[in-house]
Design a protein around this ligand. Structure first.
Ligand SMILES: *Cc1c(COP(=O)(O)O)cnc(C)c1O
Length: 225
């Protein structure tokens, strides 16, 4: 199937769910992104600041660009003028820098807090007590040019479907807990970004509102070239 057909098929599947598709276009050329756009896709995800500095100027202006990868504090300034949503905020320091750059650009930047739900040590993100601590801190409440609109997580890379499901359930439980317990002008808990090409059906069943799908739309990535 072509990229456009894949988009159409995802739209059909997500129709009547509360879940949106973020088409992950990292490493993929402008032409393929345009194919997806022509099929009606407006939300695209990238995981490298470099690609986010190169691609948008060559593509339609109504595309909503999502930063889904690990973001370094010193690179926030490059994406602050236009980024639609930053999915993987994993420290107060990063949040403070996003706030500073948002202020400079006279805008409010939407962010998701990344939660560490996987077994793997190397994955980034807060644990539950770290999240509670952040959201209760005076520093967080002073950041008025960011808005936390939900949480993001990545399940363990495994064939064990039960484990993946249980990790997504954990993210949903933490989301519900925070939604019930915290309220602030810069906090509006509505999005749960979870699910990728291999696990998105489970993620949707467990309450995902944003799936981040790359290879199932654009084909396998080639990192060697
Ligand atoms: C690459 C990437 C995805 C998409 O991965 P696929 O398996 O190709 O769907 C989703 N989320 C993040 C954070 C990624 O880096």
């Amino acid at each position: 199937m072509s990229v456009g057909e894949n988009i159409t098929e995802f739209k059909r599947r997500l129709n009547q769910t509360n879940c949106k598709l973020i088409a992950v276009s990292k490493t993929k050329p402008i032409e393929l992104i345009l194919d997806a756009y022509s099929a009606g896709q407006l939300d695209f995800g990238e995981n490298k600041v470099q690609e986010l500095r190169e691609k948008p100027s060559q593509l339609p202006e109504d595309i909503r660009w999502h930063m889904i990868g690990h973001l370094q504090t010193n690179k926030v300034k490059y994406i602050a003028p236009f980024i639609y949503l930053i999915h993987a905020v994993d420290s107060l320091k990063l949040l403070a820098e996003i706030n500073k750059q948002a202020l400079k650009n006279d805008r409010i930047i939407n962010c998701l807090l990344q939660v560490h739900i996987a077994e793997e040590e190397h994955k980034f993100g807060f644990d539950e007590s770290g999240l509670q601590k952040l959201l209760s801190s005076p520093e967080f409440h002073s950041l008025l040019n960011i808005k936390i609109s939900g949480l993001m997580g990545m399940a363990t890379y495994t064939d064990d479907r039960d484990q993946i499901r249980s990790e997504f359930k954990t993210l949903k439980r933490i989301f519900d807990a925070i939604k019930g317990e915290h309220s602030a002008p810069n906090l509006e808990m509505k999005e749960i970004s979870m699910g990728m090409s291999d696990d998105y059906p489970i993620a949707i069943e467990e309450g995902s509102t944003m799936i981040r799908v790359g290879s199932k739309i654009f084909g396998a990535r080639n990192y060697t070239k």
